[in-house]
Design a binder for this molecule. Structure first.
Ligand SMILES: C[S@@+](CC[C@H](N)C(=O)[O-])C[C@H]1O[C@@H](n2cnc3c(N)ncnc32)[C@H](O)[C@@H]1O
Length: 222
């Protein structure tokens, strides 16, 4: 696994544009639907916030929330800061596996398209569990492996050829090849639900987009 901080620092400048291209514009809709799934109140941490889309949109829709955007990539965070017109989000640099927050600090933790990039998913989930308040909510959105034979094969072409090709256009072939590989080697929905349960969460709901290629996990700290 490459150094993810370095990888994201290096692709930060064109991240939003490339994301739009490789998701055929769908990532905006996935993110907007994701936020509609909860009524956010109190303190919220958006982990692996990247260029801040989720943190910014939650602040816009729920202005009374107190929001932290957290990510190890300084360059991604710098872009997030320029996009945040509220100037009321705390952007903090760091890895999910070791977070500088007290126990039971947050009502909500969100993480979109970031959990698969952590070095240790179990360590990360244990840390998220620690910083969430009792009965706090964890919302994850991530790519997942499809069980459908046809979709699986089409998706393999997309991951192995289309994403790396777009990466090459932006002179970031190794970085986008890594991102595609990290999607390909991630878990199925059922495996991910099991991992959440093993780390102290109760899975409340799964929501699937695009034939189950993108899955939302809503879980409560127990
Ligand atoms: C694919 S981007 C997703 C960004 C944003 N959440 C979105 O949906 O567009 C993945 C993000 O995870 C961050 N990341 C990588 N390793 C991490 C870790 N161990 N802990 C927290 N964030 C990490 C990267 O810096 C990057 O900004």
């Amino acid at each position: 696994m490459p150094d993810t901080k370095q990888t994201f620092d290096s692709i930060s400048r064109n991240y939003d544009l490339v994301n739009k291209i490789i998701s055929f514009g769908l990532h905006k809709r996935w993110k907007s639907n994701f936020i509609k799934l909860s009524h956010f109140t109190g303190s919220v941490i958006d982990i692996a916030t990247g260029t801040g889309d989720i943190a910014i949109e939650i602040k816009r829709k729920f202005p009374n929330t107190k929001i932290v955007g957290y990510d190890p990539s300084k360059n991604m965070l710098n872009i997030a800061k320029t996009k945040d017109s509220s100037k009321d989000i705390d952007f903090i640099e760091g890895f999910c596996e070791d977070m500088p927050f007290d126990n039971s600090s947050f009502n909500f933790a969100t993480i979109t398209f970031g959990i698969r990039n952590t070095k240790s998913i179990n360590k990360s989930l244990k840390e998220i569990h620690r910083i969430l308040k009792g009965n706090g909510t964890l919302m994850i959105m991530e790519f997942s492996k499809s069980q459908n034979f046809i979709i699986k094969n089409l998706y393999n072409v997309y991951l192995n050829y289309i994403i790396p090709f777009v990466g090459r256009i932006f002179s970031k072939y190794p970085e986008y090849k890594y991102l595609a590989t990290s999607i390909e080697s991630f878990y199925t929905k059922n495996e991910m639900n099991e991992i959440l349960r093993n780390n102290g969460f109760k899975v409340i709901k799964n929501v699937e987009y695009n034939f189950g290629l993108v899955t939302v996990y809503i879980a409560a700290k127990v």
